[in-house]
Design a protein. Sequence first.
Length: 242
Amino acid sequence: MAQDLSEVDTVLLDIEGTICPIEFVRATLFPYAIQALPKVLREKWDDPDFKPYRDAFPAEARGSPDALEAHVKDLTEQDVKIAYLKNLQGYLWQEGYETGSYSTPLFDDVIPTMQKWHDKGLSNSIYSSGSVFAQKLLFGHVKDKSSSNPGASINRQDLIHEWFDTVNAGPKTQTGSYEKIAEALVREPAKILFLSDSVTEIQAAMEAGMRTIVVERPGNSPLLDEDRTVYQVVQSLDQLDM
């Protein structure tokens, strides 16, 4: 059920499970944030740079460093996609990226395909539950596969036209969020192709009038048989005829 994508001029991409392995986020980024948090809370609790992150949490969670740490651990374990947690995670991940503790392992097809789209004049944008700050960290530290150093990275923010998260666009499962993105991109929804591993997100984008394709990657939750009959599914971005 391949679609005619000839009219598409903008690609809107999810991150986790679409262009980046879920395992990296859950086994590397989440644990790093939890590990880094106690030291940050001890040393920067009243730091002017940290206070906006602290004060964004509910009053009962920011009553003490211990309360905030416990709340963050609970939200992380539940994989709650709420803005104040995502913003804090981005803050905590920054040091790991900048010190070379890790770099972003995008799937092999991602950079070559996005570069091809970019060179053809298509516009690439990101829509993720992670904060825009975290998104830029991720693309600013893409794993350099030519280096033997596991933390070596290259900056590929140049491939991205716009960045959207739950703060500037809204929840990813709501149709209105995709309508807002189309307005921000000054594009007709039908000229935007949204790629995600989440069928719920895909359905919301479809209802907003966007073209959509489900991306199936190793480590993702299995798709239902009925989903395969309703949605176009690809295993790699280079399968798209664009």
